[in-house]
Design a protein around this ligand. Structure first.
Ligand SMILES: Cc1ncc(COP(=O)(O)O)c(C=O)c1O
Length: 393
């Protein structure tokens, strides 16, 4: 037999966080705790199906008017409109001026990917493979890969985390923006920065927006945790709404994986804010072409759940209550973890645990001080061993 045509395919290392989850499932130790994947857990360490989601799922199951026909390429209209509305606010002037468009996507990742592909093809003239894309250091590791796979060749990092003070490196960040070539693309975490749990304050966001406007930099917000950071949808969307109020054209990738607990339904949205309705319509027409060759049209279940919830004032209130339950538990776990570490006299300072927000905590622990799965640690030959992230729910 001839050798396989795949004989030269190199074995790729597994995706660390999913490998860790698989290892965790197989581990029979009753004391095991998975601090890897960013998924909410109850006091019992179990996944939580939001009560409002359960209720809406039953409504959908009992609704005989629904069927399994294809959705439009850009997705379920009522989902798209409601998703953009919670990102931009009920009274958003951009929505009133009809210069907001949206694309239903497969999770937040899908929104990033469609947005990246569009920017590579069409942003600021065509063929943007050489346009620099800036990702925070550190960031969710998929940002790099998504933009690289979309064809961007010049992916750079911008200063974000000051390891010594365990906080935001604002001066470093602003300096990188000052020196970035005009029209560079900046991926900004809308709230609950992954993995540092450290967001700019509103005053700091204002400084960031001022530099970005002056230097003509493009903001691509990634909003994967709206509601999770503070428990308030409004507070967690402050930065995006501020940039819109400052007249930016921007993209915002939204994920409903975390705040609806719909991880495996793959429900996300790409909100596009343009200068006017005509621009947005042309952008959406191109995004439609990209979706057509990517997943052709999106799945309906998650979008129906989110659309039904967001469009009913009563279900919307219930959902906000469910989000607050999750956000409050995260805050409680943070304060309890800190107080226990302090009560035990654990060496070091632990205030960063309560100062950081959202699902992630950047502990500052390193290879020598933390025994975790080796899959989570950077390869010493390729990455720094210090300040490895430690994720927790
Ligand atoms: C910062 C950030 N962006 C995007 C995503 C992707 O979300 P989704 O699972 O909806 O694709 C995640 C998921 O962990 C994330 O942390």
């Amino acid at each position: 037999m001839a050798a396989s045509i795949f004989a030269a395919v190199p074995l790729s290392p597994p995706v660390a966080v999913f490998k860790l989850t698989a290892d965790f499932r197989e581990d029979s130790d009753s004391r095991k705790v998975n601090l890897g994947v960013g998924a909410y857990r109850t006091d019992e360490g179990q996944p939580w199906v939001l009560p409002v989601v359960k209720k809406v799922e039953q409504m959908i199951a009992n609704d005989n008017s629904l069927n399994h026909e294809y959705l439009p390429i850009l997705g379920l209209p009522e989902f798209r409109a409601n998703a953009s509305r919670i990102a931009l606010g009920d009274d958003s002037p951009a929505i009133k001026e009809k210069r907001v468009g949206s694309v239903q996507s497969l999770g937040g990742t899908g929104a990033l990917r469609i947005g990246a592909e569009f920017l590579r093809r069409w942003y600021n003239g065509n063929n943007n493979t050489a346009t620099p894309v800036y990702v925070s250091a550190p960031s969710w590791e998929n940002h790099n890969s998504v933009f690289m796979d979309a064809g961007f060749k010049d992916i750079r990092t911008y200063h974000y985390w000051d390891a010594a003070k365990r906080g935001l490196d604002l001066q470093g960040l602003l300096g990188d923006m000052e020196h970035a070539p005009e029209f560079s693309i900046f991926i900004l975490h809308a709230c609950a920065h992954n993995p540092t749990g450290t967001d700019p304050t509103p005053e700091q966001w204002k400084q960031i927006a001022a530099v970005m406007k002056r230097r003509s930099l493009f903001p691509f917000f990634d909003s994967a945790y709206q509601g999770f950071a503070s428990g308030s949808l409004e507070k967690d969307a402050w930065a995006v709404r501020y940039f819109v109020s400052e007249g930016f054209e921007l993209f915002c990738a939204q994920s409903f994986s975390k705040n609806f607990g719909l991880y495996n339904e793959r429900v996300g949205n790409l909100t596009v804010v343009g200068k006017d309705a005509d621009n947005v319509q042309r952008v959406l027409s191109q995004m439609e072409k990209i979706v057509r060759t990517t997943w052709s049209n999106p799945p309906s279940q998650g979008a129906r759940i989110v659309a039904t919830t967001l469009s009913s004032p009563q279900l919307f209130d219930e959902w906000k209550g469910n989000v607050k339950t999750m956000a409050d538990r995260v805050l409680l776990m943070r304060s309890e973890l800190r107080s226990r570490l302090e009560a035990l006299g654990t060496p070091g300072t632990w205030n960063h645990i309560t100062e950081q927000i959202g699902m992630f905590s950047f502990t500052g622990l390193n290879r020598n001080r933390l025994l975790v799965s080796p899959h989570l640690l950077p390869d010493p030959s390729t990455g720094p061993a210090s300040n490895s992230p430690c994720f927790w729910h």
